[in-house]
Ligand binder design. Sequence first.
Ligand SMILES: Nc1ncnc2c1ncn2[C@@H]1O[C@H](COP(=O)(O)OP(=O)(O)OP(=O)(O)O)[C@@H](O)[C@H]1O
Ligand SMILES: [Mg+2]
Length: 589
Amino acid sequence: MDKIYSINGPVVKVKNSRSFSMTEMVYVGKKRLISEVIGVNSDLTTIQVYEGTTGLMPGEPVVGTGAAMSALLGPGIITNIFDGIERPLRSLAELTGAFIGDGAEVSPLDTERKFNVTVTVKPGDRLSAGQVYATCPETPVITHKCMLQPLSKGGEVIWTAPDGEYTINDTVVKIRTDRGTEEELTLCQKWPIRTPRPSAERLPIDRPLITGQRVIDTIAPIAKGGTAAIPGGFGTGKTMTQHQLAKWCDADIIVYIGCGERGNEMTQVLEEFSELTDPRTGRPLTDRTVLIANTSNMPVSAREASIYTGITLAEYYRDMGYHIAIMADSTSRWAEALRELSGRLEEMPAEEGFPAYLPSRISEFYERAGYVKTLGGSEGSVSIIGAVSPQGSDFSEPVTQNTKRFVRCFWALDKSLAYARHYPAINWTSSYSEYTDDLAEYYRKNVAPDFMEVRQEISNILNKESSLMEIVKLMGADVLPDDQKLLIETAKAVRVGFLQQNAYHKDDTYVPLEKQYRMMKLIIRFYELGREALEKGVTVSRVISTGWTEKIIKVKYDIPNDKPEMFDEYIQSMESDFAELTGGVSVGA
Ligand SMILES: Nc1ncnc2c1ncn2[C@@H]1O[C@H](COP(=O)(O)OP(=O)(O)OP(=O)(O)O)[C@@H](O)[C@H]1O
Ligand SMILES: [Mg+2]
């Protein structure tokens, strides 16, 4: 029998064994702690233990399972809360304090719960990898589809169970493979967490993941199947932004990975999500959410695994034809777990003590995002949004820099905006999206033909303002000519009226694209009318005294989301105010 030779924190070594293979899941010690093989050579096997190793002694047994570290995939995942290695944390208390006992072999999914299964194939049908053979309602809003394992060679259906109530381990279909062997299909399957699940083909990324957050949707939009990072110093709003996205983005399913952050924040997610009604389904948001919680008080090695567990669950639902959004808060804590484990393994450290493979791990993670044609023939996507917490808001540190290389949206949270209570504190000059061009057609077709031009005009106003600010800082605003003062006034309307968004206001917390567009149009109309008035000799202070800047700033609260036609009334009334200003001469049409 193989025995423990040495123990260093979560790293255990076994001498002279030939029984283990790389990434195999093993049980370590008398308590059978869940562990994974992370290194093998002719004389030493290195194992990472996913649970506390306090009290573990050399000489205790190590037993292999012959299988890679895997996630169990089947109905019962949604609404659940798991730790980093997919053990169910059944109650909120477990999130913040007491855990399931060490090495407890609990099934990740409830094995007694019955699902109302409809078998969708019949004897004689051919079934190939990724094809659906049964469905069941998993929650009132998510239909679970049981699919033939991605690596299966497929075969002919030779038996099906009648529709009815089954548990995840009941056989519902039998197939005969081409080699003549029989395979029994249940409601669940396993998949190694570190291996991406295959798909038929990667599709172009040209549909937006609509978030209802103005600065994101219009300034730096993310696509379905895309990747984004939210870097930000302490308290700048990373978690809050992720909560907003989880609540409002138009994904079918949310996988929320709480990685090394506070346990009470996860409790908060759960509480808020069960109270909040999903506007699209009328049901609590928990009905389409799964939480992976590996909070700051849980073992660091399981934190390293939590990212892979989360993305494996997401890919599984993608394969059913759903759109998934993953929130990972925070990938910096995950990188710190890598660093700690690497230190225990006595690897050569690279930048700031992180292992040399940090960039490749980050890239492997974000590469699992995508919009795909599934093996079963439908379309699905996984979008990944990762928070990054650089110490002291220093974006030049390795995790932020390497993340920036591999994501295509960068929503930089700004300390000074957060101090000024400009929320969301996403800096509009340093943030960007590389999806904008690919999404242009969607916006033109589905929101307004001139959406991209309007958006560009808003960006121009902001850019001009920031160059003017250099002068204002040196010499004060008084030296500026009237047209530049008007620009600064308009930019204020953009920043306060449009970019700032109140997460706590019932209408402003989520804003549909049409209202976002009309808000921009209103600001641009104000700028046009103002310039025309200036040309007619009206002073800028009289333009400002119309009070329209304030009205524009309040429009987010004053015009409800479902009354976009009110914008027409606003524009008419603005036009008549300006007509009065210029002496009854109507300006513009
Ligand atoms: N969009 C927002 N609307 C209103 N308030 C916000 C918003 N974003 C952040 N805040 C305020 O900032 C506080 C800190 O936000 P949050 O916890 O999200 O920051 P964080 O970057 O995750 O911090 P940490 O580094 O501690 O994880 C919140 O409690 C809230 O008061
Ligand atoms: Mg946070």
